[in-house]
Design a protein around this ligand. Structure first.
Ligand code: AHR
Length: 332
């Protein structure tokens, strides 16, 4: 009888313990998960921004492929939920767990010096992924892997110039991404520098939509309410905000893609579909499928054979007449 009871207690304890295996640590608003716990494997700790957009979901899925691509690697993943403090907490937790590589996709550019110095002191190489981190000491960062955001802004502006010419008079509404992020700073800079040669291009509205559909719609509604009949062009720093804005434009009674020329960055399937339907005009691609490259760079670092410290993604530009043909090729 006693043995039976003891057995029951052991089973219950095992079940409760099992609920926490693979969940890693949880602290504050962020959540850290681990896909495997074998100590012989090389471990990458990935501090993600959040889950604000289709692009971000695709990037997360690609990063989570790493242990499947190479079974010698394990991944610890943390969702920062758009907060730098959560990402800093995740990095400190990775340091405490003695991971082999820390990969950071920084929500904003600045404010990383202290925590990255802690990683350096612990002799853990740091790879910055997607967005940039500006640090006072370059040796805090072992490698960068991602897009040239300024170039993306330039390409977006070129799409507008290709359509209207440099001498046109245009009123542009701009939906900015997360304030302080490289994706926002770089894209805005690239776009604004390119339209400097166009004397009558005016940005009459500019506000952040935080890279989300809901906020993109909300901000576009406000733009339309005050200046609906003046706006000729919508320049959106990402596709998700443009998707939300397209809904707002339709509800306002205008035809997106016709009454308002729309350009955005990313290249998610939903946006290609809208462009194939004639509701948008141009997409600048930004590649989120960074898992295989992060794996490769991590291997090179751990083997002491890093060939390129600064790896920029190759990305295309698509106009409306290419959307239907490209749609079946989209992977995210
Ligand atoms: O940093 C990449 C940007 O972040 C993507 O363009 C946007 O969709 C995401 O949220």
């Amino acid at each position: 009888m006693k043995i039976k009871k003891l057995f029951g207690v052991l089973v219950a304890a095992t079940l409760v313990a099992g609920m926490f295996v693979g969940c890693g640590s949880q602290g504050g608003d962020s959540k850290t998960t681990s896909s495997n716990s074998s100590s012989k494997k090389k471990v990458i700790g990935f501090a993600q921004v959040g889950a604000e957009s289709g692009w971000r979901t695709a990037e997360t899925e690609s990063i989570k492929e790493i242990p499947k691509l190479d079974t010698n690697f394990d991944l610890k993943f943390s969702d920062g939920q758009q907060k730098q403090e959560n990402q800093i907490k995740a990095i400190r937790s990775f340091i405490a767990q003695k991971v082999d590589i820390i990969a950071l996709d920084p929500v904003v550019e600045t404010g990383w010096d202290t925590v990255l110095k802690e990683a350096k002191d612990a002799k853990i190489p740091v790879v910055i992924v997607d967005r940039n981190a500006k640090v006072s000491d370059e040796s805090l960062i072992t490698a960068f892997l991602g897009s040239d955001m300024e170039e993306e802004g330039k390409k977006a502006a070129q799409l507008v110039i290709d359509k209207f010419g440099k001498d046109a008079s245009l009123n542009i509404a701009e939906l900015q991404g997360t304030v302080g992020s490289t994706a926002m700073i770089g894209r805005q800079k690239g776009f604004n520098e390119t339209i400097k040669d166009c004397p009558n291009y005016k940005i009459i509205k500019t506000q952040t939509g935080d890279f989300t559909r809901a906020k993109g719609k909300e901000v576009m509604e406000a733009f339309l309410k005050s200046d609906g009949d003046k706006i000729n062009v919508l320049w959106s720093h990402n596709d998700d905000m443009a998707v939300g804005a397209i809904q707002a434009i339709e509800e306002y009674g205008k035809k997106p893609g016709q009454d308002i020329f729309i350009v955005s960055v990313d290249g998610i399937k939903d946006m290609f579909q809208l462009m194939a339907d004639g509701k948008s005009n141009g997409i600048v691609e930004c590649n989120p499928l960074l898992g295989p490259q992060l794996l490769e760079v991590s291997k090179q670092i751990l083997d002491g054979k890093l060939t390129d410290k600064n790896i920029k993604s190759k990305e295309g530009v698509f106009k409306q007449d290419q959307a239907k043909a490209e749609l079946p090729n989209r992977k995210y």
